[in-house]
Design a protein around this ligand. Structure first.
Ligand code: SF4
Ligand code: SF4
Length: 208
């Protein structure tokens, strides 16, 4: 009897799913929207003045757990925009094939020069296509939509919130002493009172 009820239950489950609408989408005609934090590639940015934002500090190269970032530099040279001497990366490559998309390189960048991009897919037919050269990284700045994070925003997000300030405690106020009672006025001396006799030492008397 148990076999029979189990078979009916299994058949019912099959029939329920048989008539359920399919959830498969016809990729690439239909592309499902990606999550807000989806990120697929990288870009290097220019600053507000149009100069390369990367100063070649090597922090992203050092922190990368996969060791896929390689930078030549820093080199000090005059900025073509401001004329001031500053650091630049002489060369910058990032190998996407071994990147784990941890975003640490973005987080440590002191100038918000490197960011991640969120295009829908990143197909490639050869491993070399996944190596992002400096030219490709700067081209991605204009051609690909940026992910929300940059170094400043990621650091702000992870900053430890300050504890609320303790409530102000007013210092205890010292109790004021009661005002001294008014002194009783001296009673007027009777008219017939004799003045006290004052002993006057004779001149030349020895000093005790
Ligand atoms: S996302 Fe992580 S693994 Fe990829 S390049 Fe940046 S630091 Fe390296
Ligand atoms: S991208 Fe940022 S962290 Fe990396 S070398 Fe350039 S300035 Fe430094």
């Amino acid at each position: 009897m148990g076999y029979f009820t189990d078979s009916v239950a299994a058949l019912a489950a099959t029939m329920r799913n048989f008539f359920r609408p399919a959830t498969t989408v016809q990729y690439p005609k239909v592309i499902r929207p990606r999550a807000e934090r989806y990120r697929a590639s990288f870009a290097l940015l220019h600053d507000e003045q149009g100069d390369e934002a990367c100063i070649g500090c090597l922090q992203c190269e050092r922190i990368c757990p996969s060791k896929v970032i390689s930078i030549k530099g820093p080199v000090k040279k005059d900025s073509p925009i401001t004329g001031k001497k500053r650091g630049y990366a002489d060369d910058f490559t990032l190998d996407l094939s071994a990147c784990i998309f941890c975003e640490l390189c973005v987080q440590v960048c002191p100038t918000d020069a490197i960011v991640m991009t969120r295009e829908q897919e990143q197909p490639a037919f050869a491993r070399e296509d996944l190596v992002l050269t400096m030219a490709k990284l700067y081209a991605n700045e204009k051609s690909k939509p940026r992910a929300w994070g940059d170094g400043t925003r990621l650091m702000e997000m992870q900053a430890i919130p300050k504890p609320p300030a303790p409530p102000k405690v007013e210092p205890p106020v010292a109790a004021k002493p009661d005002p001294a009672p008014p002194k009783p006025e001296a009673a007027p001396a009777p008219a017939d009172a004799k003045p006290e006799a004052v002993a006057v030492k004779p001149a030349g008397a020895p000093i005790p």
